[in-house]
Design a protein around this ligand. Structure first.
Ligand SMILES: *Cc1c(COP(=O)(O)O)cnc(C)c1O
Length: 428
């Protein structure tokens, strides 16, 4: 499949039916799998043979969908998780333990920021945050002897900053640690971070991959290029015997291509159990089948909306990396030549009151705590996700009270612009 174009892989990768088998990926809605002898099953438990015994560990439906996502990202192996949060936690916790340190871009999703700065800190894992725009020297200064991973988002949610992947990969590799990139917003249709040097890619498949607001989910893809054994002192979990699997050394037994995902499945999924249901994996695959058709339309609509908003007198500022006026335009031209995503943010003159009045008038854009859906939606952080903050705190957090985030769906762009125009007229 890897020699086929990405448009074909969105539709067909991950599952090839045999003669007379179902054309569509079957939903294997079974918790368990039957064996003729205990010996057969024992080999699976010992990781001596691959196969299925319990859906918390692996399920065929999920594996087909994970294989498609691995193919799209150009990775060697992948796994599905119950949510994007679980994907980022597993990706980091697979190589970090109490006493480890992470270097992370400060411009990341709020849920991920809490995960690493609060919850993982309680596990003894510390993080140094750096601006995605930092110089190479500033990035260098963030590393410590116990640094085990570097983390960032290709296009950050909601700040819409664009990560210089090569800069972060170079620094990570100089220190013998992998770069983990959350590629939720561009999807592999618009950017494949592994091609730019990232080692591990994560997704909230809840967003564009599912694309229809139907199923919460996540995915982790390993590029298969990071040489764990060359840095064995840093990654004992991959490079020394796992006593819970009869002394298997993951990096030896499964190599660079299989060690990371096998360990995350056999240890973290076994112990934390954040599985995606086969039913949700099936829905996710329906979304993936049209991802390559939907992404260009999301980008086309967002570009038109951003260009329109930039011309409006009620609008103070627009953030969208497809606008030449945007500070991330140049870096986006490099990493996102076909455009980034459908999310645009802008600030209205008139603050919270104007934003509230404006949003009340919208008819095509619905008010939702969601983005990256076929249907257009919008959110004013000051009156929703950030409503506990006062005006000063909002400005400090980079989310002024008049900030509105719109996620452009795949409707007709003229209807989207028309809806925004009539709502802007109401606040004149
Ligand atoms: C939504 C989101 C997450 C969290 O994903 P869930 O599926 O909601 O758990 C992580 N990263 C990014 C960039 C997101 O947009």
């Amino acid at each position: 499949m890897s020699e086929l174009k990405i448009n074909t892989r969105c539709v067909q990768a991950g599952y090839t039916p045999g003669n007379g088998e179902p054309r569509q990926i079957p939903i294997i809605q079974s918790t368990t799998f039957k064996y003729d002898t205990s010996e057969d099953m024992g080999k699976l438990f010992d990781l001596e043979e691959s196969g299925y015994f319990y859906t918390r560990l692996q399920n065929p439906t999920n594996d087909h969908v994970a294989a498609k996502i691995a193919s799209l990202e150009g990775g060697a192996a992948a796994m599905l998780t119950s949510s994007g949060q679980a994907a980022n936690f597993f990706a980091l916790f697979n190589i970090c333990e109490c006493g480890s340190h992470i270097v992370s871009s400060s411009s990341i999703y709020g849920g991920t920021f809490n995960l690493i700065s609060v919850t993982m800190a309680k596990m003894g894992i510390t993080t140094t945050f750096v601006s995605p725009d930092c110089t190479e020297e500033e990035l260098e200064a963030a590393f410590q002897d116990n640094t085990r991973a570097v983390f960032g988002e290709t296009i950050a949610n909601p700040a819409l900053t664009v990560l210089d992947i090569e800069k972060f990969a170079k620094a990570a590799h100089k220190h013998g640690v992998p770069l983990i990139v959350d590629n939720t917003f561009p999807t592999p249709v618009n950017c494949r971070p592994i091609e730019w040097g990232a080692d591990i890619v994560t997704h909230s498949t809840t967003k564009y991959m599912d694309g229809h607001g139907s199923a919460v989910g996540g995915a982790i893809v390993d590029g298969g290029h990071f040489d764990w054994m060359a840095h064995a002192d840093k990654f004992p979990g991959l490079c020394t015997p796992d006593e819970s699997y009869h002394g298997i050394v993951y990096a030896e037994k499964f190599g660079m291509e299989g060690a990371f995902i096998t360990k995350a499945t056999s240890q973290l999924m076994r112990d934390f159990g954040s599985i995606q249901s086969p039913q949700n994996a099936f829905l996710l695959n329906l979304g993936l089948e049209s991802l390559h058709v939907r992404m260009p339309r999301h980008v086309e609509n967002a570009q038109a909306v951003a260009e329109f908003l930039e011309q409006q007198p009620q609008v103070k500022h627009v953030s969208y990396s497809g606008l030449p006026s945007d500070p991330y335009y140049k870096v986006a031209q490099k990493y996102l030549p076909n455009g980034g995503c459908g999310v645009v943010s802008f600030e209205l003159y008139g603050g919270r009151a104007a934003a509230e009045k404006f949003m009340k008038q919208l008819k095509v854009f619905a008010i939702e705590t969601h983005v990256a859906d076929a249907r257009s939606c919008c959110l004013n952080p000051a009156t929703s996700t950030h409503r506990q903050m006062n005006e000063e705190q909002l400005t400090a957090a980079g989310v002024p009270a008049g900030l509105v985030r719109v996620s452009c769906g795949i409707e007709d762009k003229n209807d989207l612009i028309g809806d925004l125009a009539q709502a802007l007229a109401s606040i004149d």
